[in-house]
Design a protein around this ligand. Structure first.
Ligand code: GDP
Length: 301
């Protein structure tokens, strides 16, 4: 809503009852798109579609918005292999045929990683799946405590180790416990300190190796949590992470608090990694499946 309001500023009033679309309008709109962190590439494509189809024509805002929505939808869908079956509840996750499905969650501290893991666990348990958490962010005692608290509230088990333990050891123990208990989904938290990026990436690589040794096709998902309020900065983080570990999807947290929601489009355009979920608040149920159509409709409502 916030992003959509920002995009509407000026344009909507100006084109309410029809106006000739000029280069000056396109420039103005371009600046707005950039302000929402839509990114240069996506912005350029949106504006050039508008120019090609409508420059010099008398337009009303609804027509203008229809063109923009179509472009944004096509960017967001990209080459995504995720199919949305209208008959099924939306679930963009790749579930393993044999138990457990292993989901590795990464993200820089403060992005909302711990909360997001709890929200994801909640979503899965509400679908009748059993979930085990592994508190792999052993670097931060508070993160382990926080996740333990969430697990108690959610009524799911958690594997923890003392602070400072090698996160790969937690992942190992998590896999072992998940196989033994026959749970549907294992969600593994990882450290998110950014000041030592090299070590962090090596650590993630090691975790992946340890997991794959026990469960050959795992992890089935490697999700990266990105804070939407950090806009373009979040995009840089996503690029750094995906260079080191193959990320299968993004979760864009804190989308409720920002007018920079355009970053979802920038990420799709520049990285080709699908946004799978969005965080829309601090409560446990505030996680939604990212639906490109719905998102484009909401941005240009
Ligand atoms: P971590 O350091 O990455 O594990 O981050 P936390 O899970 O501790 O979250 C950091 C802060 O962001 C907390 O105050 C959360 O309540 C808040 N937070 C997480 N996700 C969202 C979201 O989608 N919307 C809002 N508004 N706040 C969120």
């Amino acid at each position: 809503k916030k992003t959509s309001q920002l995009l509407r500023t000026d344009i909507r009033d100006l084109f309410k009852s029809g106006e000739i679309l000029s280069e000056k309008h396109l420039e103005q709109f371009e600046a707005r798109l950039i302000q929402t962190d839509m990114g240069v590439a996506a912005t350029t494509r949106i504006v050039s579609d508008l120019r090609q189809e409508h420059l010099g024509r008398t337009m009303k805002v609804d027509e203008l918005w229809a063109t923009v929505r179509a472009t944004v939808k096509s960017i967001l869908k990209g080459t995504s292999t995720t199919t949305y079956d209208p008959e099924q509840p939306l679930s963009p996750l790749n579930f393993s045929e044999s138990r457990p499905t292993v989901i590795l969650v990464a993200g820089v501290n403060g992005t909302g990683k711990t909360t997001t893991i709890a929200k994801l666990a909640r979503l899965l348990t509400s679908q009748g799946k059993t979930v085990l958490l592994a508190a792999g962010d052993t670097f931060r005692a508070a993160a382990v405590e926080q996740l333990t608290l969430w697990s108690q509230r959610l009524g799911c088990d958690i594997v923890t180790k003392p602070a400072g333990t090698d996160p790969a050891a937690v992942a190992f123990a998590g896999c072992e416990a998940a196989v033994k208990a026959g749970v549907d989904v294992l969600i593994i938290d990882t450290a998110g300190r950014l000041h030592n990026q090299q070590n962090l990436m090596q650590e993630l690589e090691k975790i992946r190796r340890v997991i794959a040794k026990q469960i050959p096709d795992a992890p089935h998902e490697s999700l990266l949590v990105i804070d939407a309020t950090t806009g373009q900065n979040g995009l840089n983080q996503a690029q750094a992470f995906s260079k080191a570990v193959s990320t299968t999807g993004l979760i864009l947290s804190k989308l409720d608090g920002t007018a920079r929601g355009g970053v979802a489009v920038a990420i799709r355009q520049q990285m080709g990694i699908p946004v799978k979920y969005v965080g829309v608040g601090e409560a446990i149920d505030d996680l939604e499946v990212f639906d490109p159509d719905q998102f484009a409709e909401a941005l240009f409502a």
